[in-house]
Ligand binder design. Structure first.
Ligand SMILES: [Zn+2]
Ligand SMILES: [Zn+2]
Length: 347
């Protein structure tokens, strides 16, 4: 059973949207603003989605204009193509599909378009398709579903290392090489390791716009979805856990390797990493997405809707993700992450 939820202004009946700038629900008609955590209008849940022609598409009827909204079975939020009314597919954000937390959009569409233009700047040979206003306007705000995992990695690692000493003795250039067996052991705690739980968005893209600052997440409330797109997860928790565990193992290995910088060379010879699983959480994170088709190929761009980190591929640098890093906030977050890792390292 799929039900539709709409967002009506209690003052004038106009359509409410979540405004990234003020972090409030806003009515563009009467300028009314409402707190998304308190706003709870009586909702008419009478409309069920109907399957269309044995496909993965469902048909919904818009409560505002009666138009038919066609959406993928995983769509959790969208808007009516006829009247623009924002809608939420209630069945896809409740029960087992109800996220625990959501990071609301902090950067709006105007900002996303600006970052995209900046990204293209100086790329003279770029085809006009990429620069046209119509293309830029296609950029969409999507809440991407994620599984977040906590875990603790207990690791033992062995390295073959060397140290060299040079000196001159009369006519001779002397080198002394010392060989070491290096051993490191300890445990590292990880919290909120994100794994993109939508098969529709490329993991390559979503990993490149990390990190998200989970501390700013709110308890999930459908009102945050108003005016944006959203998908429910279609990658299950067990499948995602494998991805999280391999990310935890890789981070642990490179963290241990980083403690061997006092040697001139240091190569890992063997390792044993055991991961104790912690809690997992279903969350939604804000992402601006743009796909541009050029010569039968799709070029994808993504921007973190919280931090503004922007990534994308262009025909000139084939498939390679280029990233512009963004100011102070990211640097601070990167530093915080590093500190967290170091604090958890038990020797
Ligand atoms: Zn209003
Ligand atoms: Zn409508």
């Amino acid at each position: 059973m799929s039900e539709l939820k709409e967002f009506k202004c209690p003052n004038c009946g106009g359509r409410l949207e979540f405004d990234a700038g003020t972090q409030k629900m806003k009515c563009p008609y009467c300028d009314g603003t409402f707190d998304p955590d308190l706003f709870n209008e009586e909702i008419d849940f009478t409309v069920d989605g109907e399957q269309w022609n044995d496909s993965d598409l469902l048909l919904y009827t818009c409560h505002s204009c009666g138009g038919t909204i066609m959406a993928d079975k995983d769509t959790a939020a969208s808007s009516c193509p006829y009247c623009g009314n924002p809608v939420v597919m209630a069945g896809n954000v409740s029960g087992i599909y109800k996220p625990k937390k959501i990071i609301p959009f902090k950067l709006d569409k105007k900002e996303a378009k600006e970052r995209y233009r900046k990204f293209l700047q100086g790329k003279v040979l770029l085809p006009n398709t990429f620069k046209s206003e119509a293309t830029i306007d296609e950029i969409k705000g999507i809440y991407v579903p994620y599984w977040n995992f906590d875990g603790r990695a207990s690791a033992r690692m062995w390295f073959d290392a060397t140290r060299r000493r040079h000196w001159i003795e009369g006519d001779y250039n002397c080198t002394e090489t010392s060989y070491y067996k290096v051993f490191r052991s300890g445990s590292v705690g990880f919290t909120d390791v994100p794994v993109d739980a939508s098969s529709k968005v490329k993991d390559e893209l979503t990993q490149s716009i990390e990190p998200f600052n989970v501390r700013e997440a709110k308890g999930f409330n459908e009102n945050y979805l108003a005016g944006y797109l959203a998908d429910k997860y279609d990658v299950d928790v067990e499948q995602s856990r494998k991805v999280a565990n391999s990310r935890i193992a890789n981070s642990t290995a490179s963290l241990f390797a980083s403690t061997t910088s006092m040697y001139d060379s240091c190569i890992p010879s063997s390792s044993n990493i055991v991961i104790n699983q912690g809690k997992q959480e279903y969350v939604m994170y804000p992402v601006w997405l743009l796909n541009v088709k050029y010569k039968d190929q799709i070029y994808s761009f993504a921007m973190n809707g919280q931090t503004g980190k922007f990534v994308g591929s262009l025909p000139t640098d084939k498939g390679k993700l280029v990233s512009i890093t963004l100011g102070v906030f990211l640097t601070v977050m990167a530093a915080l992450t590093a500190i967290q890792y170091v604090v958890y390292l038990v020797r």
